[in-house]
Design a protein around this ligand. Sequence first.
Ligand SMILES: NC(=O)c1ccc[n+]([C@@H]2O[C@H](COP(=O)([O-])OP(=O)(O)OC[C@H]3O[C@@H](n4cnc5c(N)ncnc54)[C@H](OP(=O)(O)O)[C@@H]3O)[C@@H](O)[C@H]2O)c1
Length: 264
Amino acid sequence: MSLPYKNVLLIGATAGIGLALAERLIENGIFVIGVGRRKERLDAFVAKHGPEKAAASQFDITKVDQIEGWVKEITTTYPTIDAVILNSGIQRTLDFTKPQAIDLPRTIQELNTNYTSYLYLITYLLPHLQARAPNPAALVGVSSGLALVPLPRCANYCATKAALHSLLWSIRAQLERNEGSKHIKIIEILPPAVQTELHSQQAELVAIGEGNIGIPVEQFLDEAWAGLTAGDAEIPVGIVKVRFDTTEEPRREQFGRILKAYYK
Ligand SMILES: NC(=O)c1ccc[n+]([C@@H]2O[C@H](COP(=O)([O-])OP(=O)(O)OC[C@H]3O[C@@H](n4cnc5c(N)ncnc54)[C@H](OP(=O)(O)O)[C@@H]3O)[C@@H](O)[C@H]2O)c1
């Protein structure tokens, strides 16, 4: 089974989860426009699949003052984009017992990559997705199991993912109640630890032998793909499922009460 989308804009397509997901989409007949900063990887991605199946745009999403123009350009070049996957992310190790050693600009870069840039992207991409009505459209965010319960080592990373998780709940609630937006499905994928460059490029983790933690990307993808094709709005993968069931059910009930009171 495939997805009801035909042209996907995938941000963070040069490595790990994003690259594997891009290739799975292409295998299923979906055109992918991959985005990332590393041009040589984007070129290799298009060369591998051919221009009839793949395209690429080199862009650094932390350049927030360029996002509006970039979105205009990309949606003009590819007016049939019907799904956007916000997958890019970085992770930093942070030790508040040694505050003098905290590199604040590096920490803010993590916040900007994982959250602030997404706010810009969502704001500027939504009008395009709204204009796709009544055809199905989707906005997919890749958060983390650490959005639900934090891991102190990467405190700020967890906070950015918790913020994204919360934001997606609210956006979903708003769009599904709006005539001009309810064709846009808000989907969240919550991965467990997966073997990618997210860890293998962190010197601190490599130094303690944890550069390769997590499940293989293909194992992650098989489960995430099953959730996507089943039409799930939230897709906790692997061990995150247990965390999700125990933390999110009571929170969802409270959220339901808030929605009932607010939307009367
Ligand atoms: N791996 C895990 O254990 C795990 C667990 C939970 C959640 N996640 C989440 O899954 C997503 C994918 O992570 P991954 O594990 O696949 O990591 P990865 O292998 O390091 O890939 C990260 C991707 O994000 C892109 N990216 C980073 N900064 C960017 C920027 N400023 N502009 C544009 N693209 C940027 C990278 O492309 P360029 O470097 O070419 O720009 C790359 O394609 C992330 O959101 C991550 O937080 C991962």
